[in-house]
Design a protein around this ligand. Sequence first.
Ligand code: HEM
Length: 417
Amino acid sequence: MPDATLLDQVKDFANRANPYPVYAKLRVDPVSRQEDGTESGTWVAATHGTIASLLQDPRVSSNTLPPADRPRTGNPLTDLIVKPLKDWMMDRHRVFIFRDPPDHDVLRASVMHQFSRERIQAMRVRSERLVADLLDEKRDAREIDAVDDLAYPLPVTVICELFGVPREDEPKFHGWATQLATALEPDSLSDREIRDANSRTFDAIGGYMADLIKEKRKHPQDDMLSGLANEATPEGAKMGDYDLIATSILMLVAGHETTVNLITNGLLTLLRHPDELERLRQDPGRAPRLIEELLRYEPPVQFRTRKTLSAIDIAGVTIPESADLVLLLASGNRDAAVFPDPDRFDPDRTGTRHLGFGGSLHYCVGAPLARFEAEAALTALAKRLKAPRLIEDPPPYRSGAALRGPEHLRVAIDGIV
Ligand code: HEM
């Protein structure tokens, strides 16, 4: 058996609670080739400079998905004609996080157009109310699970309300989103079983969204989906049905799988730094800088994958054409060349240029919303939890290496004020 590469160690669940020492080893070479059994290998960019440069390089593609390969139906006619047509229409390749310009830019612009300042501001107020209600429900508890009791329900409700998904359907999104988030894990692309499960989930959520879009066309309301379905895009045309379905799915999945981790990584970090928790309790105005530091120090999205469209010379190496790339955002965030004393959690850092929301063309669309939600959650937790103590440290982690965060975060308390 060949030795485990550093990239294998990144993916290894044994390192999930603390992957940072492996990242430090990877940073010794700004860009390194990791053996993966293929001729070109997988190339990992681990320093801030190389990641930032590759994020904006037009020779780097976001389209890392293999060709559509849904499970066959067994009926030759369906498999030959109907299915390929349906796959082409209802294809996860239409999800714009996996697309390149110009298609990516057109779809993204449509979403940005609907993601108005007023809408985001309204969700800020709503997030504060939701956090207050969720904590009120646990008022007499002596223990909370920060994931189940707050960090998970908050973003699900926020993104569903923003999109006008009826409240009774919110629970469906838990399972769908958790399954589809695995598409961001590198090994899911080579694992046929995971790909099949993702295809089936994509069909299920796609069917649901198609019905909801019809409803929003008949009875438009003041929500993002009604806006996307009925209003012209900035380019003047309405978004096509299948792009609309894929884009809604992207927003609904991206909108909560990541924010959950920012809130739980945030509470975990604060409980490990009680002085910072106390400072936040005394002064909620510290929340924005604290959240920026969290996005650097414990980013919910640890890495993203890409493919090269042509050979690229960078940091003394040549990455060949059609090579798989891993942009190790969380490692760039610990690069001492940009962040002095990088392993120290220090919300008073200035001029932070963290990569927690990515960068360039694919910079996170939901960044303002995620910041507000985390701010609402963490300030309320700091203010209202009486004598919070971690029950397990490290807590159990979810399986994902790319979307990394605790599965549960049990905290003992003396009550909630
Ligand atoms: C893209 C992180 C919350 C929607 C991204 C990317 C990162 C990221 C790193 C870049 C992906 C790439 O370069 O391939 C996060 C984190 C979040 C968060 C850490 C929470 C703490 C949200 C929310 C939404 C959202 C709340 C939606 C409401 C998106 C979308 C993209 C994206 C649509 C794709 C942008 C594009 O391809 O142009 N996010 N995200 N994200 N995010 Fe977020």
